[in-house]
Design a protein around this ligand. Structure first.
Ligand code: DC
Length: 229
């Protein structure tokens, strides 16, 4: 495709959005942006400051400190991936913990947090040539995105994939705990008042429960062809 486009990938928790988005970005020579990492970084900041935790979430303090939170992505040539920086600290690994996963839906339902993140996301996408994944990319962040995909998979398949991924990294994990975290995040992300997780009317639904990443890419190439590139 000569003209640079925006590809928006939304969908349920842990259904392989980032794997798919990264593969598409690589194939098209585009930038990949993981919008969930931005919400995870705000959550890490809030946890460290004691603004969120097992005693609940202090929305006012998070809102007050939003201007002190800087988030950026930096490309790591060694790993070939983008890494998340919170106030100039590389937090890529820390934001993936199950603890952050447990609080992130709570923090990401604060409207001021969302407003700030959406602003940043739009700034990053201003020149197009970007693949962004998340929950509200096709509905709110880039409603005019050229390609919108809504990804899903059965909760059992998603939990097992995540379990194996953690196991491979040497992280001890409990399958049932992962499954209930995924279900709870889906519930909270889909039921929140502001920009809930819903399929944009013009998004293509893809259930990848029985698809390999390679098969997904063939599906995407067909889609690009149909879009006239
Ligand atoms: O994509 P992820 O699982 O890393 O996202 C973590 C959480 O961030 C997700 O449970 C909800 C929130 N999120 C969001 O509200 N909007 C987005 N665009 C991306 C993520």
């Amino acid at each position: 495709m000569d003209k640079k486009i925006i590809v928006a990938i939304d969908g349920h928790a842990s259904c392989g959005k980032s794997t798919f988005a990264k593969m598409i970005a690589k194939e098209l020579g585009y930038i990949y942006i993981d919008s969930g990492a931005m919400y995870r970084a705000v959550t890490l900041y809030s946890l460290r400051q004691g603004f969120t935790g097992s005693n609940g979430t202090d929305r006012e303090s998070i809102i007050k400190e939003l201007s002190s939170i800087s988030i950026r992505f930096s490309y790591n040539a060694d790993t070939g991936g983008y890494e998340t920086y919170l106030n100039n600290e590389n937090v890529e690994d820390e934001i993936r913990s199950i603890e952050i996963s447990g609080y992130v839906s709570e923090v990401s339902r604060i409207s001021e947090v969302r407003k700030r993140m959406v602003e940043l996301q739009r700034e990053i996408g201003v020149f197009k040539g970007i693949v962004m994944d998340g929950r509200d990319i096709g509905t709110v962040v880039f409603p005019d995105a050229d390609i919108k995909i809504f990804l899903t998979a059965s909760v059992e398949v998603r939990a097992m994939r995540r379990f194996l991924e953690l196991k491979e990294k040497g992280v001890e994990a409990n399958l049932e705990e992962i499954k209930s975290n995924i279900e709870e995040r889906d519930r909270m992300d889909s039921s929140r008042e502001i920009s809930p997780l819903i399929k944009a009317e013009d998004a293509l639904l893809l259930d990848n429960s029985n698809m390999t990443p390679e098969r997904q890419m063939s599906w995407f190439r067909e889609l690009l062809k149909k879009k006239g590139s």
